[in-house]
Write a protein that binds this ligand. Sequence first.
Ligand SMILES: NC(=O)c1ccc[n+]([C@@H]2O[C@H](COP(=O)([O-])OP(=O)(O)OC[C@H]3O[C@@H](n4cnc5c(N)ncnc54)[C@H](OP(=O)(O)O)[C@@H]3O)[C@@H](O)[C@H]2O)c1
Length: 264
Amino acid sequence: MNIGFIGFGNMAQAIARGLLTNKIITKDELLFSTHRKETREKIENAWKVKGADGNQKVVDHSDVIILAVKPHQIENVLGQLTIPESKLILSVAAGYPTQKLFQFLSPKQVLRVMPNLNAQVGASMTAIAENTAVSKKDTDTADRIFKAVGETVFLPENQLSIFIGLAGSSPALIFMFIDTLARSAVKYGMPKDKAVKIASQAVLGSGKTALNSDASPWDLIDQVSSPGGITVEAVLSLLQSDFSNAVVTSFDKMIEKDNDMSGK
Ligand SMILES: NC(=O)c1ccc[n+]([C@@H]2O[C@H](COP(=O)([O-])OP(=O)(O)OC[C@H]3O[C@@H](n4cnc5c(N)ncnc54)[C@H](OP(=O)(O)O)[C@@H]3O)[C@@H](O)[C@H]2O)c1
């Protein structure tokens, strides 16, 4: 399967790394384009993969094209291309709705996909907007491509703004939590680098435990909280400081902002 990337910045490189590492494609099957010749040549040298001196060449070479330019560049890029209906287009542009992609592409050939920052380490939570006009084969191909950088979920397009709060923006909140936890340890004398490592691993492990367990997060909290113990003190203290309310309010802010930006 030939895969082409139009735009080969941070997100495209994370996806390409996942595809190559997981042997879903070989280097010969990959072709990319960038805006600037210098960037293309730099990447060609560093990655030992071929770059194209034009987006149409990427389209012509590829069975699947990953559109990974900034959202404001999409229209300019698509407006200049001739794309046969047999090619599958996967757009990762944040906040650029499928309906707008239909201005340039057949509904049968395009899926909007929303990976997150953690694609860089193969641990993305990626949403794929449901589009029943796309064949099962192409939908499965999209799923396989994004499973190379983490987990995937299919969602109706109108739930993508909720997804952005849950997985697109939430890494920032989780980094805040890691930093605050680590800083609390620094207060008691632990060096920051060790504290950050320990807090990060605790978050990673807790996520894995939640994913692999049938128990609800509250049941897991109970499992860690021995009667009369240390943890229950911390849990109650967070509840008293309105932790849940602060998280829910920050989520409401994300939804409000998304509504504002998309003119809802
Ligand atoms: N980064 C994330 O965590 C993340 C998460 C979810 C979704 N996304 C989405 O992924 C897309 C790319 O984001 P990014 O962070 O990877 O951006 P980026 O690092 O700035 O990369 C953008 C790429 O597009 C290229 N480009 C610009 N104009 C072009 C044109 N006319 N033809 C071909 N290539 C062109 C740039 O080439 P030059 O370098 O030569 O200018 C660069 O390779 C965005 O739509 C973003 O919304 C990103």
